[in-house]
Write a protein that binds this ligand. Structure first.
Ligand SMILES: C[S@@+](CC[C@H](N)C(=O)[O-])C[C@H]1O[C@@H](n2cnc3c(N)ncnc32)[C@H](O)[C@@H]1O
Length: 325
């Protein structure tokens, strides 16, 4: 099914195709953002949101590992949102840039009376989400819509809650997207924005190979903005939210630490993340650090990640919950 933006005057970008994977419409169709930037999850620019390109399947795997390995962080974020919804029931949740559905599924679990619409530009991500929802017995409460949010605003029932995790910074014009979200939400409805502050980290300060402090040097390259594709780490979304007309009700810096020994999933998460760090920072890393990363990622090396029992996971996200007045 292909639909068109029902409300074109709100879109300064025209209206591209929107494919409705709609297995179940949660409600009757109602009414229902600068260059995009890559980040720790490895995206390039705003229009590159499929999983078909190089590394797409890997990105989907990283997103699924996020859900599994960082589940306590995610559930803390969802818990904060839940406490702010006490005034009115949440019946419809809209997940923008849902990916493989980490947020969608967690929210469906936390709000048992709600149905969700997941929107993403990547059909591969959406099919992965659909099959996970099916396995979890949640498919009947889910509708998926394939749409490029830079060009198409999907026709969805009015949401009580909009969730945007690691997706807003991909938008070509985040301020514009926030305005669209505001007018799509019901008055009093909530928008939750979750964004990465940095790459998750896994390594001890002294690895026994190379110069101690490898990950700290990688993080410094990322967070000081020296890496052109990741300028959004650590950005404060509150001013943009207020400018769009929201009232910011909660801002939290969420962190999680998983001690050694870590699970096989967490080890795989470390491998994929450090591969991305190496690929992203290749030109900027000191040659010795690059060599150390290569050694860590070499399963045949005795110092390789696969053989280490000193790995931990440290991850952080920032959460903003804002209300439409
Ligand atoms: C880093 S992933 C985050 C996925 C998920 N929200 C999560 O937290 O796991 C960003 C997602 O936004 C989607 N995306 C990026 N730009 C988009 C756009 N313009 N329209 C629709 N989806 C987009 C990508 O396809 C990808 O699935």
């Amino acid at each position: 099914m292909t639909q068109h933006d029902p409300d074109p005057q709100h879109s300064g970008h025209g209206h591209g195709p929107q494919h409705d994977h709609g297995r179940t419409a949660p409600h009757e169709a109602g009414h229902g953002p600068q260059q995009g930037h890559g980040h720790g999850h490895g995206h390039g620019h705003g229009h590159q949101h499929g999983t078909a390109g190089p590394g797409g399947a890997e990105l989907a795997e990283v997103l699924d590992l996020d859900a599994e390995v960082l589940h306590s962080l995610l559930s803390e974020a969802v818990g904060h949102v839940h406490t702010l919804t006490a005034d009115a029931p949440v019946r419809h949740i809209l997940d923008l840039g849902s990916g493989t559905g980490t947020g969608t599924l967690a929210l469906l679990g936390r709000f048992p009376g709600a149905e969700a619409t997941a929107v993403d530009g990547s059909p591969e991500m959406l099919s992965r989400l659909e099959s996970k929802a099916h396995t979890a017995g949640l498919a009947a409460r889910l509708r998926t819509i394939e749409a490029d949010l830079d060009t198409t605003w999907p026709a969805v029932a009015t949401p009580d809650l909009v969730w945007a995790s690691a997706s807003l910074h991909h938008m070509a014009d985040p301020a514009h997207t926030l305005t669209r979200i505001l007018t799509t939400l019901r008055p009093g409805g909530l928008l939750a924005v979750l964004e990465l502050d940095s790459f998750p980290t896994f390594l001890p300060h002294d690895l026994g190979i190379g110069t101690p402090g490898l990950e700290a040097r990688c993080q410094a390259l990322v967070t000081t903005g020296n890496v052109a594709t990741m300028p959004t780490f650590g950005a404060d979304w509150a001013p943009l939210l207020r400018k769009a007309g929201f009232t910011v009700e909660l801002t939290r810096h969420l962190t999680t630490t998983i001690p050694a020994p870590i699970s096989p999933s967490a080890r795989r998460y470390a491998e994929l993340t450090l591969t991305r760090v190496r690929d992203r920072l290749a030109d900027q890393l000191d040659p010795e650090d690059r060599k150390t990363l290569d050694t860590l990622l070499d399963n045949t090396s005795p110092s390789g990640l696969i053989h280490r029992d000193d790995l931990t996971v440290q991850a952080s996200r920032s959460l903003w919950v804002a209300r439409r007045p």
